[in-house]
Design a protein around this ligand. Structure first.
Ligand code: PRP
Length: 210
């Protein structure tokens, strides 16, 4: 008998695109698009159960085994370094992790650089590699405001179209790493449900390449 796979999907537009990919790979659950407050959905015949999870929480559900697999942005994976397998690059949700700031900003390398970000671990690693001392200012959103109001010198944030930076008179100063959505799996559950998860991964891989 084949076992159900529990999948944590990131709530929002990326999650809907990811679900469309899973559906095209044979893991449909049409009810998921109809009910907008429900958080769990199941298609027993397809062997799959979905949960809508806050994108930044996907790695936690997977790491602790509440979900067998999940889809998380590489940004979340780099920030939280979850103890999970990264199985596949889904080639969607593409963007870049960047240092951005006022267009004419140049780092004088004197004093401590003030960096506003939702990604303190990524920011710390990036500047540690340059031996640059920084003060991380941890924010939860609207990061672009920080250099505009003088709260920080630069930001470390995700840039997708570049529109937010442009409309706020900011620019990319350094590209840190390209980002895309990844399929991740809980290590213990992967051993237990390896056949089912490998089959799903294979079908997803074909759907990504199609
Ligand atoms: C993200 C990111 C940027 C913006 C980049 O914010 O933090 O602000 O998207 O996209 P763009 O390059 O296409 O303009 P999000 O929409 O997640 O909102 P937030 O302010 O809550 O972080």
């Amino acid at each position: 008998m084949s076992r159900m796979i529990n999948v944590a999907l990131p709530k929002g537009r990326l999650g809907e695109d990811v679900y469309a990919l899973f559906a095209s790979a044979g893991y449909e659950c049409p009810e998921l698009l109809e009910e907008n407050r429900k958080l769990t959905f199941e298609n027993e015949a397809a062997g799959v159960r979905y949960f809508w999870v806050k994108p930044s929480d996907v790695a936690i559900y997977v790491e602790r085994g509440a979900a067998d697999i999940g889809v998380a942005g590489k940004d979340i994976i780099l920030e939280y370094s979850p103890d999970a397998y990264e199985l596949l690059d889904l080639n969607m949700g593409k963007c870049r992790m960047c240092v951005a700031g006022p267009k004419d900003f140049t780092d004088s390398h004197t004093g401590i650089l003030r960096v506003a970000t939702k990604f303190p671990a990524i920011a710390r690693r990036h500047y540690a590699a340059q031996s640059r001392e920084i003060d991380v200012i941890r924010l939860n959103g609207s990061i672009e405001l920080a250099p505009i109001l003088g709260l920080s010198d630069v930001i470390v944030d995700i840039v997708e179209t570049g529109k937010t930076l442009k409309e706020n008179g900011l620019a990319v100063l350094e590209e840190i790493v390209p980002i895309s959505a990844r399929l991740i799996a809980n290590k213990a559950n992967y051993k237990f449900k390896g056949a089912e998860i490998d089959a799903l991964r294979q079908k997803l891989m074909e759907a990504v390449d199609a």
